[in-house]
Write a protein that binds this ligand. Structure first.
Ligand SMILES: Cc1cc2nc3c(=O)[nH]c(=O)nc-3n(C[C@H](O)[C@H](O)[C@H](O)COP(=O)(O)OP(=O)(O)OC[C@H]3O[C@@H](n4cnc5c(N)ncnc54)[C@H](O)[C@@H]3O)c2cc1C
Length: 203
């Protein structure tokens, strides 16, 4: 039996406070070279010895979702509520919750908020407030943005973990066969997931 668990120390290294222990026992690990690894090799040349890749065969899901962003994190709890066995694969703990809270809407809006404060102070005389012209400390603006972004990650992680438990998988997914994805997990293992339906919620 193997255990795939999100290393809590790693979470903290990445600026994420541990939202709870995430991990589980999975089915028997199968040590075998994936047949797909041999595609493209000439048949008449003996393949060089390759260290077998550790592939963990998973139980079949009804739904697999690739991407833990706005779409994926909204869809997953709805599917689970409909009693569908669902896995959600998100490539990075630093992207948990997707682009919006990590690299798009939230970070841009926190910086816009700083600009608005500077603008208000600069124009304070119009409101009857006398002050010296503001100076912008860009590193403090960026630090504020980072702390806002980092404060949201444990919330998104906790929400997804509450909905999905061990079926929240941190790793990068790619299709290897119809209805089958291979996930290179954050921990360096490889998992094969199959599902009746696959939702690709990446941009
Ligand atoms: C600068 C900027 C500002 C924005 N501001 C706003 C705003 O104010 N309001 C608004 O409504 N929208 C805003 N948006 C748009 C918003 O960010 C997107 O509409 C939204 O993030 C799309 O959500 P999504 O779930 O489709 O994709 P995403 O949120 O991008 O989620 C996709 C997820 O898939 C993961 N992923 C990708 N490939 C793989 C893989 N192979 N395996 C596993 N996981 C993978 C990614 O890590 C990511 O977490 C903004 C966008 C930008 C760029």
């Amino acid at each position: 039996m193997s255990t795939l668990s999100i290393n809590l120390g790693m979470l903290e290294t990445k600026g994420i406070q541990a939202a709870g222990v995430i991990g589980s026992d999975y089915q028997k690990q199968i040590e075998a070279q994936t047949p797909l690894g041999r595609i493209g090799q000439p048949q008449d040349i003996a393949p060089a010895p390759v260290k077998p890749k550790e592939i963990e065969m998973d139980t079949q899901y009804y739904d697999d979702i690739i991407g833990g962003g706005k779409a994926g994190k909204t869809l997953a709890p709805a599917l689970v509520a409909g009693r569908r066995k669902t896995a959600l694969v998100e490539r990075s703990l630093n992207m948990i919750g997707g682009s919006c809270p990590n690299i798009a809407c939230i970070p841009s809006k926190t910086m816009v908020a700083s600009a608005e404060v500077a603008n208000t102070v600069r124009n304070s005389a119009a409101y009857g407030i006398k002050t010296t012209p503001p100076t912008v400390d860009m590193s403090a603006v960026i630090q504020r943005k980072r702390s806002v972004v980092q404060s949201l990650r444990p919330i998104n992680l906790n929400n997804l973990h509450t909905a999905l438990g061990d079926d929240l998988i941190i790793g990068t997914a790619r299709f290897v066969a119809p209805k089958t994805i291979e996930v290179a997990t954050d921990e360096g293992t490889t998992r094969l997931l199959t599902a009746e339906r696959l939702f690709i919620t990446v941009v």
